[in-house]
Design a protein around this ligand. Structure first.
Ligand code: NAD
Length: 315
């Protein structure tokens, strides 16, 4: 990877620009190219960010560009998409977003880009799988934000209940980033102690919380935020920055990105959010958790949901 850390962001809406703003504030990249079908928007956003450079902790080259600029980019982040029209089915929306992705992936690949695709557009697991198909890249180089944001929400809620720093909570939301996602509670730990053990040994008020309530709260968080302010964007912007940092710093961090499951968990041919080791080459390894039977069935259900949606797409 060259010394200059270069990202192309495609889609300068709320999610894309929350990511860009967080990148600027966290000194993660050296060069950021903004691309949007609305060229004025990309230009205006680049100007606005550039005017903040004088107050930033490091320098950064930011400009509105076009797909040919992807040639030497390390990561292409896609947060472009169209919104669901009233009465439109999820499959119709998928069809329109597939057309959007065709208009993006083809010129990006034609530029000579050979880095990592990081997808945020919803439904993120299916859109990531579409990117894999359209790009012809290796699966390790095509990843989605998956359940990274959901996992962060879960850790925040468990941490708040137990009065523990969420960074010391080791628990995941896995599966589809959507209605069939779930928490494999058998795998949830605080420090090295399982959550079941903590609850059994400390039947006091703070640790006596309802796990299923927390799980529902995580699953419904996006809808609650959308009802209150129409969209969610800061959390996902930060999640994308976290993944970007893990790639550029070759961290080998474990993050619940969405990636192709190919035999792991007895599942094949579906993108799912699962803990993966993430580093400079993208997904380094998908980790197999020791799920119990019930959890395994839930993961299979998530895989069926993604496969079903993917099979409806006409390429
Ligand atoms: P938005 O409408 O604010 O922005 C979308 C942008 O995409 C717009 O600027 C639009 O001009 C651009 N665009 C549309 N078609 C394009 C094309 N063909 N080429 C280039 N750019 C194009 O939407 P948003 O709130 O920023 O959300 C973006 C996506 O992120 C949505 O699909 C949303 O559901 C998703 N999202 C994902 C997560 C997650 O956890 N993965 C969380 C929140 C939102």
């Amino acid at each position: 990877m060259p010394d200059t850390r270069k990202v192309m962001l495609i889609g300068c809406g709320m999610v894309g620009m929350s990511y860009a703003y967080a990148l600027l504030n966290q000194n993660i990249v050296d060069e950021l190219v903004l691309v949007d079908v609305n060229k004025d928007k990309a230009m205006g956003e680049a100007m606005d960010l550039n005017h903040g450079l004088a107050f930033a902790s490091s320098s950064m080259k930011i400009y509105a560009g076009d797909y040919s600029d992807a040639k030497d980019a390390d990561i292409v982040v896609i947060a472009a998409g169209v919104n669901q029209k009233p009465g439109e089915s999820r499959i119709d929306l998928l069809g329109r977003n597939t057309a959007v992705f065709k208009s993006i992936i083809e010129p990006v690949v034609a530029s000579g880009f050979s880095g990592i695709f990081l997808i945020a557009t919803n439904p993120v697991d299916v859109m990531s799988q579409i990117t894999l198909k359209l790009s012809g890249f290796s699966p390790d180089k095509v990843i989605g934000s998956g359940t990274t944001l959901d996992t962060a929400r879960l850790r925040y809620l468990i941490g708040a209940k137990l009065k523990i720093d969420p960074r010391n909570v080791h628990a995941y939301v896995i599966g589809e980033h959507g209605d069939s996602e779930f928490v494999p509670w058998s795998q949830a730990h605080v420090s090295t102690v399982s959550l079941d053990e903590i609850k059994a040994k400390n039947p006091d008020r703070d640790s006596d919380f309802d796990m299923s309530e927390i799980e529902v709260e995580v699953r419904e968080a996006a809808q609650k935020i959308i009802a209150a302010k129409n969209a969610t964007y800061y959390g996902i912007g930060m999640a994308l920055v976290r993944i970007t940092r893990a790639i550029f710093s070759n961290e080998h961090s474990i993050l619940t990105i969405s990636s192709l499951v190919d035999g792991e968990y007895g599942i094949s041919g579906a993108y799912l959010g699962l803990p993966c080791i993430v580093g400079r080459e993208g997904r380094i390894k998908l980790i197999e958790l020791d799920l119990n039977n019930e959890e395994h069935k839930k993961l299979e259900h998530s895989a069926a949901v993604i496969k079903d949606a993917f099979s409806c797409i006409q390429f």
